[in-house]
Design a protein around this ligand. Sequence first.
Ligand code: ATP
Ligand code: MG
Length: 327
Amino acid sequence: MYKAFYNLKRNPFEITPDPSFLFPTKRHNEALAALYYGVRRHKGFVVLTGEVGTGKTLLLRCLLELLKRNNDVEYAYIFNGKLTPVEFLQYVAGDLGLPAVGKNKSELLLQLARYVIARSQKQLTTVLVVDEAHHLSADILEEIRLLTNLETANQKLLQILLVGQPELDDKLDSIELRQLKQRIALRSHLAALDLSETKGYIERRIQLAGSPHATKLFPQETVVAVYRHCGGIPRLINTICENALIAAYSKQAAIVTPEIIDAIAADFRLGVQTRPLEATAAGETLSVQKAAETLLELYAHLHNERSRDEEVKPRLRVRVTEHEPYI
Ligand SMILES: Nc1ncnc2c1ncn2[C@@H]1O[C@H](COP(=O)(O)OP(=O)(O)OP(=O)(O)O)[C@@H](O)[C@H]1O
Ligand SMILES: [Mg+2]
């Protein structure tokens, strides 16, 4: 409804991930390059993580568009991580056009292996793409580990891309999944945009939507207000800017002002810190750091008790490690 008023041909801030709207920040470029390179060079296992709404699914769509240009790539795209291992394998097989109904796990694995090997003998590439991979159960991640074993002496036969929120990093860091973690060939991470990227992002979307007057419509002080409320998260930027355009139009205003942004942010409760649902009895979330501190306290307590009794020596050591640096 505001499009004609602002000389726009299409809505600039749709929240569906549309590759034609990609604003290539350095991180988005690097992550897309890592995904593409991983697939084309048969690196095997590639992981992309990022906060909610930072553009992971968008990058996957961009990647799939790039891959579709090559006739030698076939892929299965899974975005529902909440499956049993058999359902997961059935889904993968079905998406690759293989018969899957009624097959058990070993039949599915065998069929998949034969398919991947046959394709690789013809120099064709097969990719398994899992979006929302932070939902995958340990059982499915174990199946994925087994699939990474499909390899020759010098290359992986099935390319696997796992994409998900930062909880995926935590899962891959767990002791049970250390074998899978060791197989990761490339790893990248998407973060929120900074202020100048936020400005570029808003301008690019408005330009792509057909208006050459992006800086007039969203002047610098308005962009600063958007950034202050959204912290550079693209999905939030879209939501706030879309609603700001509607509000500005209802006032017949030629410019989106910081006041409009503040009002929309208040409506969307953007200043309110999002809390995880799981909480301890005291209503407080137990972070890894806090859990480690609690264990240390407990240990110190036990140790004191025991040394008073002059019993055993301390055995428990708790160490909080940083994540590995991303490639
Ligand atoms: N670099 C970018 N250029 C243009 N639009 C972007 C960019 N990054 C994110 N977006 C937009 O932000 C919105 C959210 O992106 P997307 O759905 O890809 O996020 P996500 O990381 O997959 O989120 P979730 O963790 O919830 O799955 C989409 O509208 C997408 O088009
Ligand atoms: Mg997504």
